[in-house]
Design a binder for this molecule. Sequence first.
Ligand code: GUN
Length: 280
Amino acid sequence: MSAQLINGKEIALALREELAAELAFKKYRPYLAVVLVGNDEASLIYDRNKQKAALAAGMDCDLHHLPEETTEDDLLDLIGRLNGDDNIHGVMVQLPLPKHINGRRIIEAICPEKDVDGFTPQNAGRLLLKDERAIVSATPAGILHLLKTVHQNLSGLHAVIIGRSNIVGKPLASLLLNQDCTVTVIHSKTVNPKEITRQADILIAACGCPKMVKKDWVKEGATIIDVGINRIDGKLCGDVDFDDVCDKAAFITPVPGGVGPMTIAMLLRNTYQAYLALKK
Ligand code: GUN
C-alpha cells in the first residue's frame, strides 16, 4: 500500500478563496495586527506571508516589526493600543520573543476577543471546556480540518500526539478529545513511545525531531500528520521519515505543503471569526 497524500497546500488555498469570496461582499474589512520583535529570519518571512495572505483574502493587515531591544513595557504599550483600537479585530505576537521579554505576560495582555492565535488563558480554557466561543490555535485547527478531509467521523479513533507544546500538542489534545477521539499525548520522557504510537489510528508528530517516526512506529493503515519543519543539509523535512513510512500509512501529510499552509489559512479564519464576534 502506498499512502495517499493529504495536500495541505490545495486545501488551504481553497479555504482562503472561500474566505475571499465571502469578504468580497462585506462593507467592512477584518483587520489583523501582527507583531514581530527582533530579526528572526524565519519569523519575518512567515509574518510577511501572513500579511500577503490577509491582503489577498480582502482583509487589512499591519506588520509591526519592532527592534530586538524593544522593552517589555514598550511591547505592552503597543498591545494596549491595539486592544483599544475598535478598527482592529485580530492581534497576534509572533513567538518566540527575545529572551528579555516575558512571553507569558505579553500573551496575557492580548484581549481574548482579539487573540486570533488562541494562546490566551481564556481561549485555551474555553477550548478545554468545549466552549464554542473559544478561538482555537491555528495549527491545531488546521490539523483538524485536514483530518476531516479523510475521516468523516473521528469518534472512537485513537489519536496519538507526539509532543506536548502549548502551541500544538496540548490544544490539539483538547480539540481531538472534543471530537470524541481517544487521545494519548507522548513526549520526551515517555517510556517506550513506539509501543504507544503503534496503536494509533491517527498519529500526529509535533516534536521537532527530524525524521524520528519510522515504519516500526506506525500501525498499518494509519493517518499520519507531520507538523515538523526541520532542515537536514539545507533540505526541509518533517518529524516523520516520509519515505520509510509511506508504504505503511493510508494517508500522510507532506513537508512542505501539509500542515504549514493550513496555519495561515486558519489564522485568517480566526480573524474573520473575531471580527464577526466583535461586530455583534
Ligand atoms: N511561532 C510558531 N508558531 C506560531 C504561531 O502559530 N503563532 C505565533 N504567534 N507564533 C508562532
